[in-house]
Design a protein around this ligand. Sequence first.
Ligand code: HEC
Length: 105
Amino acid sequence: MRKQAMIAVVFAGVLLLTACGAKQEATPVGQVTQPEAVYKQSCISCHGADLQGVSGPNLQKIGAKLDAAAIEAIIRNGKGAMPSMSRGLSDEQISAVATWLASKK
Ligand code: HEC
């Protein structure tokens, strides 16, 4: 009887560890690299759902004005009233959203 209880405890422990491991493998929200998803997460509050601008300027034709490198610099360093957005975003996420915006002409 005792032995069975031990086995049950060990088995439950293994199950628990497996469950935790599986959870860690799921992609955290901060790791998405789809530009639209990054935009929604980090930019939408100031630049609007349709890039139309809210407190920040309209970005619908930003690619006609700035190339991807210039946009990337603004995301990293901020500009005027726009804070640096590099905290919490990976290099991949920043360049993905910059390239996406640079295509808006
Ligand atoms: C807290 C509000 C805020 C957030 C969040 C924000 N911005 Fe901005 N953004 C601004 C403001 C305000 C300006 C205008 C800055 C200026 O010219 O003085 C600006 C300017 C810009 C410009 C230059 C526009 C132009 O016409 O020169 C780009 C590009 C830009 N933002 C992209 C982004 C991206 C991409 C994100 C998300 C990663 C983002 N912004 C997040 C407020 C914000």
